[in-house]
Write a protein that binds this ligand. Structure first.
Ligand code: TA6
Length: 278
């Protein structure tokens, strides 16, 4: 079952409820901002201070960072690209069975997008809501020249207390420490007692978030990089749309094609980034 909802300010989202799970997905950014398997606590963190306005990024859930991750070459351009603040078109909703709902969204180039990034493209986002949350982000080059993208499904995961969290599956992987811009190698599980902002490469295994009384599985395809981020105290206090203590309640594990894992897409070619979370 699904319902099309609209706030007083015109902000639109789809609410999904089936036998396996419930979810909420905004048309703004095709942004999943709630996902909860039946009988379990929400999988995703959502800021109590988030915007719910068109052309503004929701703080939390799963922002789509595309067609670049991080800052663009031109500093004047929006951080993490323009997809997360663009209005997607809902192209299909399919109740595959009582446990499974599939939604499809698309974004195509426009005068506005070409001012920021002068290429013709089709971006298709397919979300499957069941006892797992599956996302497929498909880029098609509709231009006459090749283009380069970096991207991330910037997932904010709800945790009991960041101090009790450890991340498994990235041991021995090289990473760029975005705080010092140094290249390092992970030599154990990742734990948190300060700001962590890292882009891991050669990622080829399932990533596991071990929280105090649950674990969360992240499986990626079409990606060999992953971003791990928690702002900790100081950066959290400077972040828009976040309460000062928000850092305690989330960790970002982002399914990405970031930095060295960029993708060059030739005319009429495609690339699919897929992530399965549960
Ligand atoms: O993915 C980690 C990161 O690049 C951090 O450096 C931090 O900037 C975070 O994304 C949030 O970025 P945003 O543009 O959503 O405030």
């Amino acid at each position: 079952m699904h319902t099309h909802k609209k706030l007083n300010n015109g902000f639109e989202y789809i609410e999904i409820n089936n036998s396996s799970a419930s979810a909420k997905i905004a048309l703004n950014g095709a942004h999943i901002f709630h996902y909860e398997q039946k009988g379990k606590k929400p999988l995703l963190w959502l800021s109590e201070n988030s915007n719910f306005e068109h052309k503004k990024a929701i703080r939390g859930g799963i922002p789509i960072c595309w067609p670049w991750f991080g800052t663009s070459i031109k500093q004047t351009q929006p951080q993490h690209g323009f997809a997360r603040t663009s209005l997607f078109e809902l192209t299909n909703i399919n109740e595959l069975d009582s446990n499974t709902t599939e939604l499809s969204f698309k974004l195509e180039d426009s005068y506005e997008t070409r001012k920021l990034w002068d290429y013709k493209f089709l971006l298709e986002f397919t979300v499957t809501i069941s006892d797992k949350l599956t996302m497929k982000l498909k880029t098609t080059n509709n231009d006459s020249k090749e283009f380069k993208i970096t991207q991330a499904l910037h997932s904010y995961f709800l945790v009991s207390d960041i101090s009790d969290v450890s991340i498994k599956g990235l041991d021995k992987r090289p990473y760029l420490d975005a705080l010092s811009m140094e290249n390092k190698v992970q030599n154990s599980e990742i734990t948190f007692n300060e700001e962590v902002d890292r882009v891991y490469q050669e990622v080829d295994k399932t990533i596991i978030i071990q929280d105090k009384n649950r674990f969360i599985i992240i499986q990626n395809e079409g990606s060999s990089s992953a971003v791990v981020w928690n702002p900790w105290i100081d950066k959290c206090s400077r972040m828009s749309g976040m309460k000062d203590d928000a850092y305690k309640s989330f960790v970002c594990i982002e399914s990405a094609n970031a930095f060295d894992d960029f993708k060059i897409i030739k005319p009429k070619q495609t690339h699919i980034l897929k992530a399965t979370l549960f």
